[in-house]
Design a protein. Structure first.
Length: 309
């Protein structure tokens, strides 16, 4: 069974390198309709992608650059942004240009269609997918879910602990896990917070009386919210000169499951010079039906029911 990886993850594999090593190997890959990967070195004025191959020049014509380009449903930036980056493709034809120089005609769109038809179109809400962070906006994180097919995780679905920008949680090029919330015409909706554990799973990492590290997420008149994990934050009493995004050392005063509260005492705060912490995923299964964040008996219930998404 073909594995449909986000772009950039196939580039240096032995299978990919072997298929690119000679004209004969490239021709064999064409007959197998194998998905390959190489770097797009130029997006020309007509928005064709020029691809760097070991033995010849490759070109992905504009209309073959992505699903939806020919129909006008995908913006041209989807091609322009690929200059200098790895792109996947299937070989359509081995020929020569007007000067008799060998030329490979390639299709990224065809690779994406195969990925969609054989894999992504069969997804259902609750399925867990690998994804690669491609770019971030204030409202959400854009990811590649296979062969350059894009999706987005809205910022409020990234974690339970609120962040001001996806870069507070992710880095460009990072490989993450995401969970499907919807499937429609060449579009898949995603969430992320359900994979980061319930309140109890996160609270179990901490003990009353410990002093631990956290990140200040918001400063309110009634207190300071400090993130202990992406899905768990506690509240400390107000203190002067504390700013969001500072790293903080906090004393754990109380853990109250029925109210989903962690009471903290803020000991110190200082600039956070580190990149986002490594993510820990609590879900190992390939599919989720229901996610209950709240402890049993908690006054507030937070739940995602994927089977009715």
């Amino acid at each position: 069974m073909t594995t449909y990886l986000p772009e950039g993850m196939r580039l240096h594999t032995m299978e990919n390198q072997t298929a690119l090593q000679s004209v004969a190997a490239l021709q064999a890959a064409m007959h197998r309709k194998q998905i390959l990967e190489a770097r797009a070195i130029v997006c020309d004025a007509a928005h064709n992608l020029i691809v760097e191959l070991p033995h010849m020049r490759g070109i992905i014509p504009r209309e073959e650059g992505a699903i939806g380009i020919a129909e006008g449903t995908t913006r041209e930036i989807a091609l322009i942004a690929k200059a200098g980056k790895p792109v996947c493709f299937q070989v359509q034809e081995l020929t020569t240009d007007a000067d008799g120089v060998p030329l490979a005609i390639l299709s990224r769109r065809q690779a994406q269609l195969q990925c969609w038809q054989e894999s992504l179109s069969h997804c259902t809400p609750g399925d867990v997918l690998p994804a690669r962070v491609t770019h971030m906006e204030k409202f959400g994180c854009f990811v590649d879910i296979g062969c350059g097919i894009p999706s987005m995780i809205p910022i409020d679905c990234i974690s339970v602990s609120r962040i001001s920008h996806p870069s507070d949680r992710f880095t460009l090029g990072q490989t993450i896990q995401a969970v499907v919330t919807s499937v429609s015409d060449f579009r898949i909706g995603l969430s992320h917070k359900e994979l980061l554990g319930t309140w109890m799973e996160n609270a179990a990492k901490f003990t009353v009386g410990e002093t631990v590290s956290g990140i200040v997420r918001s400063v309110e008149s009634y207190g300071i919210f400090v993130e202990l994990t992406p899905n768990l934050a506690g509240l400390a009493e107000p203190k002067e000169h504390i700013l969001p995004k500072q790293r903080a050392s906090v004393y754990i005063k109380a853990i109250i499951p029925e109210k989903m509260k962690i009471k903290l005492v803020l000991i110190d705060a200082f600039p956070d010079t580190e990149s986002p912490d490594t993510l820990s995923y609590f879900v190992q299964e390939p599919h989720l039906s229901t996610w209950n964040y709240s402890p049993v008996g908690a006054t507030k219930q937070i739940q995602t029911q994927f089977d009715v998404c």
